[in-house]
Design a protein around this ligand. Structure first.
Ligand code: PEP
Ligand code: MG
Length: 592
């Protein structure tokens, strides 16, 4: 508990543990371009960001140019050539570089100032045609700034300070950029703990609180706040003692992020083997997974490689990303989930530069992939090619029936034929699995199992579709219960069905990483779990405190309950119970 009385304390739902201290910065309500001094040593990093923003802008302009050329005409498309002038102008680059290095100005402010300087120069030119270019400079400058600001909003920081990003709601495509910035935590007015933004916060180790009522009206930009992600609190104007504790916590998190764990099968107290693998949202998380002893990747969420880029990743770029993960994890298997876009993971398949904001229930995942087969086939080819570098499994999201699996198998065979024709190394025999996250597939897993090699249970979605409660909504938290009796019956049914057909089943929803649910899941028959890499050490320790017989007894008791609250009471009591000694524990096997 933080000592000292809090002056103002706002309450929400804890979404990602840890304390962070920082200046309030509004995501959804930008007040202009951020302006602050940077440390000289980060100038080169800022220049890298500038290169990226320029590159993204060039690609966007090229896509727009092509569209105008196809839909309007070649002549009209020429208007974009002057846009490229700024993007490739060495004078623009040199001026920005000077402001970063000599004036220590942050990148966004430097870009804004240089654009204004160049616009003024253009406006002094007597030739009206050239003077007109001033508008083009402003326009393209705005695009470069947007690309920089798409993940950073107004905030004035002083040496070493961090941002607490405050938003009405955050999309995963927003959160995905936070680790690269000075963002120490985020707080939202809306959103649930199973939203993808919250999942990303946990995997990025960013403290987060969601569902804080009226937060946008209660804070001021630039105000100092403390975010307590474990208790779900935001403390305004924290005391020096609170600030010191928050800093200590940040240091402890940093140290924890540097710890390592050998890759070995985890054992329960009596020696039963449990397999722990990693959920990844970015290819560079594979290093963490390996360091923290994951025995493979149980879920690579490939859509995050696409999000926030404003473009499709082509086959080659995807292949390189997947290959990196496969080589990093070898000899352990990597389960690559095909694109799971739609719903809160906004993406516009027709025009990736624009954001898709409308969403229809069920218009997502494998259905989108099957509707946009050109994009999907490129992904399948990239996955098959990654299979040439180590064990890879293909995982299909949100399956509802075998028709989808059959269509994917046909496309996979076509993709393999195409690669063989191009004489490109690949593995044509990759195991294909289905994510069970809909009532349709959870009720009839036998049918799905007959045509797949393995199952992976996605409880984050399964719970929202069984309980009819949007996982991203704070209003529905009391309905969104992973412990609901209907959910438990389905989870048991799934584990039994996979065991009856001798097929591998793992659980990769967020509950897999929470030690509270562990005895229940073990007792229901689950032996493989896939969780964010940071959660692996604590989960392994929790496995070591449990036994299968005790877990099975606890699961039977939970299956008798009529309400989620009764189940949760049993789980909490078990978590607080002292551990009984067990004899004859097997020695753990070191794998790598
Ligand atoms: C799930 O639904 O449980 C899951 C793991 O997939 P995602 O969270 O990416 O929807
Ligand atoms: Mg899901």
């Amino acid at each position: 508990m933080i000592p000292g009385a809090a002056r103002q304390q706002l309450r929400g739902t804890p979404a990602s543990p840890g304390w962070a201290i920082g200046r309030v910065c509004f995501w959804s309500d930008p007040e202009g371009i951020p302006r602050y001094r940077i440390k000289p040593e980060i100038a080169s990093e800022e220049l890298r960001r500038l290169d990226e923003a320029l590159e993204t802008s060039r690609r966007q302009i090229e896509q727009l140019r092509q569209r105008v050329e196809n839909e309007v005409g070649k002549e009209e498309a020429k208007i974009f050539s002057s846009h490229n002038l700024l993007l490739n102008d060495p004078a623009f680059y040199a001026r920005v570089e000077k402001k970063l290095i000599s004036d220590n100005l942050n990148l966004e402010a430097a870009v804004e100032d240089v654009i204004e300087e160049l616009v003024k120069i253009f406006l002094k030119i007597p030739d009206p045609y050239i003077r007109e270019r001033a508008n083009d400079y402003r326009d393209i400058g705005r695009r470069v700034l947007d690309n920089l600001l798409s993940y950073q909003r107004q905030c004035t920081l002083e040496g070493g300070e961090q941002i607490v990003m405050v938003a009405r709601e955050l999309m995963p495509s927003d959160t995905v950029h936070f680790h690269r910035q000075h963002v120490g935590a985020f707080v939202t007015e809306h959103g649930g703990v199973s939203s993808h933004a919250a999942i990303l916060a946990r995997s990025l180790r960013l403290p987060a609180v969601v569902g804080v009522p009226n937060i946008l009206r209660q804070l001021r930009a630039g105000e100092l706040v403390l975010v307590d992600g474990r208790e779900g609190r935001v403390i305004v104007d924290p005391t020096p003692a609170e600030i010191a504790l928050a800093r200590k916590d940040a240091d402890a998190r940093q140290r924890a992020s540097e710890q390592s764990r050998p890759a070995q099968v985890t054992q329960t107290r009596e020696g039963a083997e449990i397999l722990l693998s990693a959920n990844l949202t970015r290819e560079d998380e594979a290093e963490d997974a390996r360091r923290l002893g994951a025995l493979g990747v149980g879920l690579l969420r490939t859509e995050f490689l696409f999000m926030g880029r404003g473009e499709f990743l082509d086959e080659e770029a995807q292949y390189q990303a997947y290959r990196h993960v496969v080589e990093m994890m070898a000899p352990h298997p990597v389960t690559i989930r095909t694109l799971d876009l739609g719903e809160d993971k906004h993406f516009n398949f027709e025009n990736p530069v624009e954001t898709q904001t409308t969403c229809t229930l069920g218009w997502r995942s494998i259905r989108l992939s099957l509707a946009y087969q050109k994009v999907f086939s490129a992904q399948l080819r990239a996955i098959l090619r990654a299979g040439a570098h180590g064990p890879v499994r293909v995982l299909l999201p949100m399956v509802t029936g075998v028709e989808e699996i059959r269509q994917v198998r046909t496309l996979l065979a076509e993709a393999a034929r195409e690669l063989a024709g191009r004489q490109i190394a690949h593995d044509a025999g990759l195991p294909v699995g289905a994510m069970i996250e809909t009532p349709a597939s959870a009720i009839l897993p036998e049918v799905i199992l007959a045509e797949t090699d393995f199952l992976s249970v996605g409880t984050n979605d399964l719970v929202q579709y069984v309980m009819v409660a949007d996982r991203a909504s704070e209003r529905l938290l009391s309905y969104y219960r992973s412990t609901a009796p209907a959910v438990l019956v389905l989870l048991k049914h799934l584990a039994d069905a996979a065991a009856a057909q001798g097929k591998d089943i793992s659980l990769c929803g967020e509950i897999a990483g929470d030690p509270l649910y562990l005895p229940l899941l073990l007792g229901l028959g689950y032996r493989n779990f896939s969780v964010a890499p940071v959660l692996l050490p604590d989960l392994a320790a929790a496995v070591g405190r449990l036994t299968l017989p005790e877990s099975q007894a606890l699961a039977s008791q939970c299956l008798q309950c009529a309400t989620a609250a009764e189940v949760e009471e049993i789980l909490r009591a078990a978590q607080n119970a002292p551990e009984a000694p067990v004899r004859g524990r097997k020695k753990s096997k070191k794998i790598h």
